[in-house]
Design a protein around this ligand. Structure first.
Ligand code: 3PG
Ligand code: MG
Length: 400
């Protein structure tokens, strides 16, 4: 980590009048109907870096992805609304380019005055951004790099992607880590270093297959691993229980059985769940023991006894990492599990880290006090891959 040059190093050189290209992760959740930004946490998270550059008189050129458009413009993934929100938060207009590296981007960047901010249109409107072909990615990176005299990576949520703006641009420009990236790496390295014990990890979310690598990596390190969310049903099935029509990854049952056998009793699973007739906010629902899930119903949250048991374990913890909601928290009928676990984490006398876009959004959507967590990461996949001990392309690129 000491190898990382930081924003302060760049500021010390002086950036007044220089164009600074900032890769941010402004991939915010949008309301499916209205397209409105439902959680602006990731926009707020880059304000310290952008504010410092503005204050120092840089011409700030921000770029980001949003969603997963397929390498061509797609209006539903435009960063236009994000430019508006970013401007409100900065208290100054953000000059929005309607393309990423085309005429609009060129003139927007050329017209910037010192201390002004531009936002380029979605990086993923260009096939070169995510291409596996080095030459195609490189060609796009050349175009992006032409907009900066220096590069700042503050897109922690995207550092696990080997994408042009994350991996190839820093090879072309003087590069530093922004304040957010630095803080995220500092916090997560505490967890991979020597966390104060007991170290308890709570994992939720829908798919075991997404979390398998991190479970494998964490098992030797943690004292307890609490599993809820959609993924718990594959584990319950592995214990020989029937899970009705709950989410189930059949091809992962054997793997889960094996993990349970090797876990030395560290894995804790739900003892009760909330089952419903359908995946709908108004579906009829009841709480049942995990050995009594009816064949025609599906589990959408963990039950109160589970919350009590998990909370008791969390209350003893000195270090906590939480990734993934315990249930379908977006629907009030199935939010109690996630809320209960989040509250238990805030009450524990522990250093707590919330990892992941969804869990971070859950904290805010449930109206919980963000400051009662030690750190809320802006990275979902990125924080998990960091904990797995993987080399993150975006961090490696900054170290070179
Ligand atoms: C995220 O939301 O996880 C990051 O913004 C990365 O997005 P991606 O998973 O589409 O690469
Ligand atoms: Mg992701």
């Amino acid at each position: 980590m000491s190898a990382l040059r930081t924003l302060d190093d760049l500021l010390a050189e002086g950036v007044s009048g220089r164009r600074v290209l900032v890769r941010a992760d402004l991939n915010v959740p949008l309301d499916k109907q209205t397209g409105a930004i439902t959680d602006d946490g990731r926009i707020r998270a880059v304000l310290p870096t952008l504010g410092a550059l503005v204050e120092a008189g840089a011409k700030v050129v921000v770029c980001s992805h949003l969603g997963r458009p397929k390498g061509a413009p797609d209006p539903q993934f435009s960063l236009g609304p994000v430019a508006g929100r970013l401007g409100e938060l900065l208290g100054a207009p953000v000059h929005f380019a309607t393309d990423t590296v085309g005429d609009s981007a060129r003139s927007t960047v050329a017209d910037l005055a010192d201390g002004q901010v531009a936002l380029l249109e979605n990086l993923r409107f260009n096939a070169g951004e995510t291409s596996k072909d080095e030459a195609e990615r490189g060609a796009f990176a050349d175009q992006l790099a032409a907009f900066g005299d220096a590069y700042v990576d503050d897109a922690f949520g995207a550092v696990h992607r080997k994408h042009a703006s994350v991996f190839d641009v820093p090879a072309r420009l003087p590069h530093v880590a922004g304040r957010l990236v630095l803080r995220e790496v500092e916090v997560l390295s505490k967890l991979t270093g020597a966390p104060e014990r007991p170290y308890v990890v709570v994992l939720g979310g829908s798919k075991v297959s997404d979390k398998l690598a991190v479970i494998e990596a964490l098992l030797p390190t943690v004292d307890r691993l609490l599993i809820g969310g959609g993924m718990c049903f594959t584990f319950l099935k592995a214990q020989g229980l029937e899970v009705g029509t709950s989410l189930l990854e059949k091809d992962m049952v054997e793997t889960c059985r094996n993990l349970l056998e090797r876990s030395g009793g560290k894995i804790m699973l739900p003892v009760d769940v909330v089952v419903a007739d359908a995946f709908a906010p108004d579906a009829a629902h009841d709480t049942v023991r995990v050995d009594g899930i009816p064949s025609h119903r599906l589990g959408l949250d963990v039950g109160p006894e589970t919350v009590a048991g998990f909370s008791a374990t969390l209350s003893q913890a000195k270090t906590i990492f939480w990734n993934g909601p315990m249930g379908v928290f977006e629907m009030p009928a199935f939010a109690a599990g996630t809320r209960g676990i989040a509250e238990a984490i805030t009450k524990a006398d522990a250093f707590s880290v919330v990892g992941g876009g969804d869990s971070a959004a859950a904290v805010r959507a449930l109206g919980l006090d963000e400051s009662s967590f030690g750190h809320i990461s802006t990275g979902g996949g990125a924080s998990l891959e960091y904990l797995e001990g993987k080399t993150l392309p975006g961090i490696a690129a900054l170290e070179n």
